[in-house]
Design a protein around this ligand. Sequence first.
Ligand code: THU
Length: 133
Amino acid sequence: MKDAELMALAEAARERAYAPYSRFCVGAALLTKGGKVYLGCNIENAAYTPTNCAERTAFFKAVSEGERDFTAIAIVGGKAGDPPSFCAPCGVCRQVMAEFCGEDFKVLLGNSSRFTAFSLSALFPYSFTKKDL
Ligand code: THU
């Protein structure tokens, strides 16, 4: 799977965002080591705090289906109606990535025509993980 293809899948996932409160729509496409892709979108809630980010939607779908090994995630965001663009993952989502992924896990940010690849260690240095327990 090419990086640009994974970004395009994240763009498609963003179309399903449920974001009536923030009007900020996010999509994610999570690639497993076996080559499967799990999609996620943000899912907001009238009570606000139950809101789930796109990245965690993708991770929780995958892990609940038995996946544990991941190579990359593509993330796109932007205001509803705007074209997909750069959206940095929130701290909680970075923590979830660190639970299942190593330092070399690739995080693709931007959109399908222009994006940058970051390592998880670059985005989330000095993290607290199972190695600390
Ligand atoms: N959001 C995500 O889905 N992923 C992120 O990493 C950043 C924020 C969502 C949560 C909320 O529905 C909206 O974007 C505005 O914060």
